[in-house]
Design a protein around this ligand. Structure first.
Ligand SMILES: Cc1cc2nc3c(=O)[nH]c(=O)nc-3n(C[C@H](O)[C@H](O)[C@H](O)COP(=O)(O)OP(=O)(O)OC[C@H]3O[C@@H](n4cnc5c(N)ncnc54)[C@H](O)[C@@H]3O)c2cc1C
Length: 449
């Protein structure tokens, strides 16, 4: 380390980066927290934003605001693109495509994962994933636009396909999204249309396994399945989504048998994750082994072998038994910061031990699952516990207060107060007034026609 105060560069202001920077906020170090979106995003509530229950400002917080009280923590907007491990520098791209360089003594990589289409990148054109605020806003636009378009069509197959929404992936995100879309259809929009009956909208949930929510105990899963069925979510298990098109999807049974076609004009993808491009680059330049999804193999203290100055934390840390959940990222962030502080004090680092503090999943209004060791709760009690946990971890007091207020208001009235979505204009080629630019026929379509 240099003679000045050690320079700590944290890449990623998600759960891992945020908790690491917080723990270092009063230490004798200079921290730079770099994020390509300049804000901390509370991903576990993204689906509520996508379905109009919460606003984007309620589930995100500017990192600059979060760390304003701490003079030793500098937050920067930019995307890390090149690591030079010999020079101890990272090259960063600004949104205007110019670049700058940051040097470090210790690097903490907390850049997370992105949506993976499991080798079918072409699906992304028709089926947005859900990892970022942009994704949530795009999904919101697609869901509410689908009902609007259906309203203008005569009864028939075209209208039915707009009223069929498909979700790929039966993990917590897929389940939460599917349940919320049915609630939008049956509660929020129920009395607002003249031509269509929104409650007749079909929500199809596809998963390759034999049950949804595989990370939960089977008894909790069956209760969730029952609640989803009562809500009207149609579950298709043991199938792989093998094609996604403009007007529908194809699924193939895992055990063999004929393909099935579903006419669905809204397809949402939650089926897989992979390391962000910068993490793949870091693994390559360090010669660090990765797993299939690009998680970087780490030593017991969460550093890369041969590089005690480079930590990898959160979703990107590849070690047996570390789950891709917020709790692991938060604990990893605290652990890396503690190692840095111990280095300063000349004390040895300790290995990282993940403590499982349980998991929760929202099914529908008044129903959630909570699993903590042998404690398993579902239904109303699970829902209350789920709400308390999420409020406790939401970043920023004002976000907590306004989220509680919004939830209480939506208990009193089944409305969604953040349904606004944006459509472009005919004269804006980058965002034109069509359902989406990718929805246009490939050729011969004049803008605005
Ligand atoms: C929809 C959804 C629902 C979820 N629900 C739950 C849940 O209920 N419970 C739970 O425990 N977990 C849940 N998770 C998982 C949880 O959110 C993740 O495990 C957690 O966010 C991982 O934290 P992280 O710090 O590793 O990465 P992230 O939180 O993903 O943060 C990574 C950050 O790095 C930034 N970044 C990426 N690349 C670069 C770059 N090149 N340069 C600069 N910055 C970069 C990103 O902008 C981002 O801010 C959910 C995830 C999603 C997507």
């Amino acid at each position: 380390m240099s003679a000045q105060r050690p320079k700590i560069l944290i890449i990623g202001g998600g759960f891992g980066g945020l908790f690491c920077a917080r723990r270092l906020a009063k230490a004798d170090v200079d921290v730079t927290l770099l994020d390509r979106s300049a804000g901390h995003l509370f991903q576990p509530l993204l689906y509520q934003c996508a379905t109009g229950k919460l606003a984007i400002g309620q589930i995100s917080r500017p990192l600059r605001e979060e760390f304003a009280p701490y003079p030793n923590v500098k937050t920067l907007l930019g995307e890390a693109i090149v690591l030079d491990p010999d020079a101890h520098t990272v090259t960063v791209r600004r949104p205007d495509e110019t670049e700058f360089v940051i040097d470090y003594d210790v690097l903490v990589l907390a850049a997370g994962m992105r949506q993976s289409y499991l080798g079918h990148e072409a699906f992304a054109r028709w089926a947005p994933g859900m990892k970022t605020l942009d994704d949530a806003l795009e999904i919101r636009q697609r869901i509410f636009t689908a009902f609007e378009i259906a309203e203008t069509l005569p009864p028939g197959p075209e209208r039915a396909s707009w009223l069929t929404l498909a979700v790929a992936g039966g993990g917590p995100t897929g389940v939460e999204l599917a349940g919320q879309i049915r609630e939008v259809a049956t509660k929020t929009l129920a009395n607002e249309f003249h031509s269509i009956q929104p409650e007749e909208a079909r929500v199809l949930l596809f998963d390759g396994g034999d049950r949804v929510l595989k990370s939960f105990a089977p008894d909790l899963t069956s209760r969730a399945t029952q609640a989803l069925t009562e809500l009207g979510v149609e579950m298709h298990l043991g199938v792989h989504v093998t094609d996604v098109r403009r007007d529908g999807i194809t699924v193939t049974p895992k055990q063999g048998g004929p393909d099935q076609q579903f006419a669905a004009r809204t397809v949402l993808w939650t089926a897989g994750v992979e390391a962000v491009p910068f993490a793949r680059h870091v693994a390559e330049v360090l010669g660090a082994p990765t797993d299939r999804s690009g998680r970087i193999q780490v030593e017991p203290d969460l550093t890369v072998a041969g590089h005690p100055e480079i930590f990898v934390i959160g979703d990107l840390a590849g070690r047996e038994g570390l789950p891709g959940v917020a709790e692991n990222a938060m604990q990893g962030g605290l652990h890396a910061a503690t190692c840095i502080r111990r280095d300063l004090e000349g004390r040895p680092r300790r290995p990282y031990r993940y403590r499982d503090l349980g998991s929760a999943a929202y099914i529908s209004h008044g129903h959630a699952l909570l699993q903590l060791g042998r404690v398993r709760v579902s239904g109303y009690l699970g829902w209350l516990a789920w709400g308390l946990i999420h409020i406790a971890f939401l970043t920023g007091v004002s976000n907590r207060v306004s989220t509680v207020a919004t939830w209480l208001a939506s208990i009193a009235r089944p409305g969604r107060f953040h349904r606004a979505f944006m459509l472009g204009a005919a004269d804006r080629p980058e965002q034109r007034y069509t359902y989406s630019t990718s929805d246009l026929p490939a050729e011969g379509h004049a803008p605005g026609s």
